[in-house]
Design a protein around this ligand. Structure first.
Ligand code: KG4
Ligand code: ZN
Length: 347
């Protein structure tokens, strides 16, 4: 028996199969990046239409690659939110139809919590309470989890998500879309001196983030020194990245101090495949006391293996979802994310 995972929250159509023991049997991701690149961002209607045409072939391919046939499935897990409504609907309706037709339990999972579960696609087992820094195109959050299903948001971005800032800075510098991997590569190849850009929120005293001011600082620098934009995009990109990574590191270290009880620290989401960030995290001695877990790079960005893995944990608890479940677009409507009110992270 095996569990099928489906992910369509944004611009990746993905399906994966994991065994009853929680091992990945297959994971297929079809990115729509080429469709959206001319628009320098995801066009929701284009995304949902593309999911409609690729969803069933991707599921078929995932089952085939796992060597599993539909009657051998034990459950279907699917992202219910947050994400783009039209995109979410395609995956959710498909999962409901499969669950209904095959008489299987449906397991609706939260996309952000699934990014955290991606840290357990390898050997590691979850040890709660744990702290997770979820950094993606839409979110920059510090989360405290007492178990899967109980997730408190203890820090959040006040404006842009860090991945969004990467994408916007890359667009401004005319580097292409999505910007994260491009800036990552330029910064790796650049070895010269860097521009001093402000480190966001370093004296805020809380666990919140802000990346809009950093983005504006890049724009202002480029306006003041237009020659640099023509000749030294790599320098600007690397300087932006240093400030962004420093901010993420500072807040994560602060969160580790404020929540000494956590057993594991996880950094996940699309931006967690950034090489400079991964190096900074691995070189930080503090993370030797409480293990730091980073998903494998291919499971940092959107995929369905993380959906199936989280579905597997819910399956073991028989935590199933009714077939009339609706998708939600924002983390504030997530049934698992709560804003922490009882403990002040400022304490
Ligand atoms: O988790 P994800 O695939 O989708 C969302 O749930 O948003 O994250 C996508 C984001 C994009 O903003 C992309 O530019 C960023 O992750 N990203 C990166 C890297 N690879 C992807 N950012 C920095 N460095 C990377 N190597
Ligand atoms: Zn994501």
């Amino acid at each position: 028996m095996a569990l099928l995972g489906i992910e369509t929250s944004c611009d990746e159509t993905a399906a994966a199969v994991i065994s009853d023991q929680g091992e990945i049997l297959s994971s297929i991701v079809r990115s729509q990046q080429q469709l959206h690149a001319p628009f320098l961002g995801v066009v929701p209607e284009v995304a949902s239409r593309s999911h409609c045409t690729t969803m069933l072939p991707i599921i078929d391919a995932a089952l085939k690659s796992a060597g599993i046939d539909y009657p051998q499935l034990s459950a279907v897990a699917v992202t219910t939110g947050p994400g783009l409504r039209g995109s979410l609907l395609v995956g959710l309706v498909t999962a409901k139809a499969l669950a209904y037709g095959l008489q299987l339990p449906l397991i609706g999972v939260d996309h952000l919590e699934a990014h955290i579960a991606a840290a357990f696609l390898g050997e590691a087992e979850p040890r709660f309470p744990l702290l997770a820094l979820v950094i993606s195109g839409g979110h920059t959050m510090l989360c405290f989890l007492t178990r899967f299903g109980e997730m408190e948001i203890v820090g959040n971005t006040l404006d842009d998500a860090v991945g969004e800032a990467y994408d916007k800075v890359a667009t401004f510098l005319d580097l292409g879309y999505p910007g994260g991997p491009i800036i990552d590569r330029l910064a790796e190849e650049y070895a010269g001196d860097l521009i001093e850009l402000p480190i966001p929120m370093q004296r805020s005293g809380d666990l919140n983030f802000s990346f809009s001011g950093l983005k504006t600082a890049v724009v202002q620098f480029c306006r003041a020194y237009p020659k640099e934009v023509g000749e030294h995009k790599d320098k600007i990109a690397a300087s932006f990245q240093r400030a962004a990574v420093t901010s993420l590191m500072q807040k994560l270290l602060r969160a580790g101090e404020l929540y000494p009880q956590v057993q594991q620290i996880i950094v996940c989401g699309g931006v967690s495949c950034n090489r400079a960030l991964r190096r900074a995290l691995r070189e930080q001695p503090v993370f030797r006391q409480r293990p730091l877990l980073l998903p494998e790079p291919q499971y940092c960005t959107d995929n369905a293996a993380m959906i199936a893995k989280l579905g597997h944990y819910y399956f073991k608890r028989e935590n199933f979802t009714p077939l009339d479940v609706s998708p939600y677009t924002s983390a504030s409507h997530s049934p698992v994310c709560h804003r922490r009110t009882d403990i002040s992270p400022m304490a």
